[in-house]
Design a protein around this ligand. Structure first.
Ligand code: BG6
Length: 481
C-alpha cells in the first residue's frame, strides 16, 4: 500500500543542471519520486548551465545519468520517458544576460518555484541578483544551496549576507544531506516518541557518546576540492555536527523548523573549545590496494587530514562531564556510520563471580544498513546457571518496513521537503555560523603549529593516536565493521 502523498506542482530550476551532483543524485532522486507518485505529473524541472544544448539533448544526458547512477530504474523505460518529458533546458550565463528571458518564459504562475544552486558559491550572489532583476524569483520562491557553505566563519557570514540581500531566511534551504537520512530522522522519533529513553538521556546515566562516519573511498578525482578542505571542513563542521546536535539537543516543544533549529543552535553554542591534545588528524598512506592520500590529492606536500578524531564537551546541565568522541575518515576499514550511546556501568552487581562490564549501548546505524540496536544483558539461555550475556535487541528498519517500502534517498526526501516548504531538516544561517565559530580556532591552531597529520594504513580504523585518545580515558572505540 503506497503511503505517498504527492507534493504541490512545482517548477524546479537546477543551476548546474549538467553537473556531477545533478546527474548523480538530484535527477535520479527526482525520477524515483516521480515513479513513487510523489512528484506530480505536471511538475517541471529545468536544467540550467553554461553549455549550449536543447531539451532533447538534456533529456538524453539525464537518461544516461539515470542509467548510470539510478538503481533498478533503468528497466522501466516507459516511466522514464514520461519523466524526461517533464525536463527542459536553458543555456544560461550567470554573470551576463544570456538565457534569462527564456527561463522566465518557462516559469508558470501559481506553482511552487524553487531554484537549486548546485554551483560554486562564488556564483550565488550573481544568480540571486539575476533572478530578481528578471522577475523570476519573488517573495514566495525557495532557493536550495549546498555545502561547502563557506570555509570559515567570515566566508559563511559573507555568503549568508549575500543571500539575505535577495531572500528571506524562510526561503533559504541549506542542504546537509545527512539530515535527510532515514535513521537521522529516526533519532528524533526515538528520543521524543518513547518514554523509555529520555529519562536516561543525560550525564547521570550516559557514560559517553561515540559518533563514527567511516568511509572506504579515497579522494581520487576530487582532490582539488578536498585538499583545501580536509575532514574537518568536509564532514565534521556539517554532517557530524548535525548528528551531535540531534543526539544532544533539549526536547523542542514542537516538531517545527525553527523550534528544532533553536535547540540545535543551543548545542553548538554550548560546545567547549577543543584543546590540541583532544584532536587527532590522520592522512592515509599508500597500501597494496591503492595510492596514498598525497598521490590521490596530487599534492606531494599536502598536510590536509583525511581522518579526524576528537573529543569534545557540551557545557550544560544535561551533558556535564560526558565526553563526545567523534571520528571520520576516508579509506578506512569499512563503510560504516554509527552513533553509539554508551550507558554507565551498573554500580553494583548481585551476581557472584560476574566480573564482566555489562553495559547498555544504544547503537544507531546510518550506514550501510539503517537501523538501531540496543545492547541488553540477559541470562545466558540454558542450564549453565546464572551466567550473564550481552545481546542486541535488533531493530533493523529494512525488516520492519518490509521490502516494498524502500526509504527514499536523502536528496529525494529533502527536495520534496523544499517543495512542501518544510525547513526542519535544513540548516539555518545562524547554525552554520555557530558551527564555524567552533571549528575555526581548532583549524587555526593546527595551521599556526604547522601540524602534520599522522599517517595511517588504508583499510584500518585510522592512526594509532586515535585509539589513544580513548584509551587514555579508559574507553574504547566501537569496532568498525
Ligand atoms: C559529502 C562529502 O558531503 O559526504 C564527501 O563531501 C563524503 O567527502 C560524503 O564522501 C559522504 O556521504 P554519504 O552519504 O556517502 O555518507
Amino acid at each position: 500500500v503506497s503511503r505517498v502523498i504527492p507534493v504541490d506542482t512545482f517548477d524546479l530550476v537546477i543551476f548546474g543542471g549538467t553537473g556531477d551532483l545533478a546527474r548523480r543524485k538530484i535527477l535520479p532522486g527526482l525520477f524515483r519520486r516521480f515513479r513513487s507518485g510523489q512528484m506530480p505529473a505536471e511538475a517541471r524541472i529545468i536544467g540550467a548551465a553554461r553549455s549550449e544544448m536543447d531539451d532533447a539533448g538534456y533529456r538524453q544526458m539525464i537518461r544516461e545519468a539515470i542509467a548510470e547512477f539510478g538503481s533498478e530504474e533503468k528497466e522501466d523505460a516507459g516511466g522514464i520517458d514520461a519523466f524526461l518529458e517533464r525536463l527542459h533546458y536553458v543555456a544560461i550565463d550567470a554573470m551576463g544576460e544570456g538565457g534569462w528571458k527564456q527561463l522566465r518564459d518557462l516559469m508558470r504562475d501559481g506553482v511552487v518555484r524553487a531554484f537549486y544552486f548546485s554551483v560554486a558559491p562564488s556564483l550565488f550572489g550573481a544568480l540571486a541578483e539575476r533572478l530578481h532583476e528578471h522577475r523570476i524569483a519573488d517573495g514566495e520562491s525557495r532557493i536550495v544551496v549546498e555545502k561547502p557553505f563557506g570555509r570559515d566563519l567570515a566566508s559563511a557570514k559573507a555568503l549568508n549576507a549575500t543571500l539575505a540581500e535577495h531572500f528571506d531566511e524562510s526561503q533559504i534551504y541549506r542542504i546537509d544531506h545527512y539530515l535527510g537520512k532515514e535513521t537521522v530522522q529516526n533519532l528524533m522519533a526515538t528520543r521524543f516518541g518513547n518514554v523509555l529513553f529520555e529519562p536516561l538521556w543525560n550525564s547521570h546515566y550516559i557514560d559517553h557518546i561515540q559518533i563514527t562516519v567511516a568511509e572506504t573511498v579515497g579522494v581520487a578525482g576530487r582532490g582539488s576540492y578536498y585538499d583545501k578542505s580536509g575532514a574537518m571542513r568536509d564532514m565534521v563542521q556539517n554532517h557530524l555536527m548535525q548528528l551531535l546536535c540531534l543526539i544532544a539537543m533539549e526536547p523542542p516543544s514542537t516538531y517545527d523548523a525553527d523550534t528544532v533549529r533553536d535547540e540545535k543552535l543551543k548545542v553548538i553554542r554550548a560546545l567547549q573549545p577543543v584543546e590540541p591534545h583532544q584532536v587527532v588528524r590522520g592522512q592515509y598512506d599508500a597500501s597494496q590496494d591503492g595510492p596514498s592520500y598525497r598521490e590521490d590529492a596530487e599534492n606531494p606536500r599536502s598536510f590536509t587530514e583525511s581522518f579526524l578524531a576528537l573529543k569534545c564537551h557540551i557545557a550544560n546541565w544535561r551533558w556535564a562531564k560526558v565526553p563526545f568522541y567523534i571520528r571520520t575518515g576516508k579509506r578506512m576499514k569499512a563503510r560504516s556510520s554509527e552513533i553509539a550511546v554508551v550507558f554507565k556501568d551498573l554500580g553494583h552487581s548481585i551476581f557472584e563471580g560476574d566480573t564482566a562490564r555489562h553495559r547498555n549501548i544504544l547503537s544507531i546505524q546510518l550506514q550501510p544498513n539503517e537501523g538501531m540496536d540496543l545492547q541488553v544483558t540477559i541470562k545466558e539461555p540454558g542450564p549453565g546457571g546464572m551466567r550473564l550475556v550481552d545481546v542486541p535487541l535488533d531493530m533493523t528498519f529494512a525488516d520492519a518496513l518490509g521490502p516494498d517500502q524502500e526509504a527514499p534517498d536523502a536528496y529525494e526526501r529533502l527536495i520534496m521537503d523544499v517543495i512542501r516548504g518544510d525547513q526542519t531538516l535544513f540548516m539555518r544561517g545562524d547554525e552554520v555560523e555557530a558551527a564555524w565559530a567552533w571549528t575555526d580556532p581548532i583549524i587555526e591552531g593546527w595551521e599556526a603549529r604547522n601540524d602534520v597529520p599522522k599517517l595511517y594504513e588504508a583499510g584500518t580504523a585510522g592512526p594509532e593516536d586515535a585509539m589513544m585518545l580513548m584509551h587514555r580515558d579508559g574507553r574504547r572505540w566501537r569496532e568498525i565493521k
